[in-house]
Design a binder for this molecule. Structure first.
Ligand SMILES: C[S@@+](CC[C@H](N)C(=O)[O-])C[C@H]1O[C@@H](n2cnc3c(N)ncnc32)[C@H](O)[C@@H]1O
Length: 232
């Protein structure tokens, strides 16, 4: 039975760091979809009681992890451990300070890591919901090609074609998803990239991609997608 949540929490978010991504249209595209698709029994059709761990990869200010942690305070059946990770030390500092500002001290587990490189093996086979609003804009130069990447570039530079960072995430994510039951991976993509090439790649890797929401922002369309294991 669908039991609607009438009043979703509003995270209080501050950002005093120059190199940390402030919540933008893409962050709110994800949060708005969650507002529309979480009820007192289901997370986008996924039974709440079955969700063990949630990961917010590239958490930035922590807005998505904090939003989900706040929902735990109003929905009794929603009790997963929430993990938030970012490559930037300042993002982790910023997200912890926002966690505290929302009275959620030490509730979220933070990991400073380049994708999954520093994730402990105890987290293998454990995540049911994963969210990555990755850097998704194409650049003509990228790390390993003699470009001195600055911290702020991690917010937008998705690689030469715009989806290399995301595809690296996809290559490394498999051991960490809960293979015993369902998992969903939510991510943002952009019309500035070759979406067919991205989708073909995801398809080859065994994922089914569903487009959930789109928004036109300045020169591009940003797209919220959900990946799940393809049933062949
Ligand atoms: C577009 S921002 C999204 C921030 C936040 N999730 C939001 O929606 O407002 C992308 C984030 O991914 C992080 N990031 C980029 N490359 C990463 C990597 N290799 N490993 C972990 N985080 C990364 C950036 O530091 C940045 O915080």
């Amino acid at each position: 039975m669908v039991r609607t949540i009438y009043s979703f929490p509003e995270p209080r978010i501050n950002n005093n760091f120059d190199d940390v991504y402030s919540p933008s249209e893409d962050s709110y595209l994800i949060i708005d979809y969650f507002r529309e698709n979480i009820d007192e029994n289901y997370f986008d059709g996924f039974e709440l009681a079955k969700i063990r761990n949630i990961l917010d990869m590239g958490t930035g200010t922590g807005i998505i992890a904090i939003f989900l942690q706040l929902i735990k305070t109003i929905v009794p059946k929603f009790s997963p451990q929430i993990y938030a990770s970012d490559i930037l030390e300042n993002a982790i500092k910023c997200a912890i300070s926002n966690e505290n500002a929302n009275n959620l001290e030490k509730k979220i587990e933070f990991i400073q890591s380049d994708l999954f490189k520093k994730f402990p093996s105890i987290l293998k086979n454990s995540f049911n919901i994963l969210i990555f609003n990755p850097p998704y804009l194409p650049s003509f130069k990228f790390k390993n090609e003699g470009w001195d990447k600055k911290n702020i570039d991690y917010c937008w530079n998705g690689g030469k074609e715009g989806f290399e960072v995301f595809l690296e995430f996809i290559r490394d994510v498999k051991p960490f998803v809960d293979q015993n039951q369902k998992f969903y991976i939510y991510y943002i993509s952009s019309s500035t990239t070759n979406l067919k090439k991205l989708n073909d790649n995801l398809n080859i890797q065994g994922f089914k991609n569903t487009i959930l929401k789109k928004k036109h922002v300045f020169f591009e369309e940003i797209i919220l997608n959900r990946l799940e294991k393809r049933k062949d």
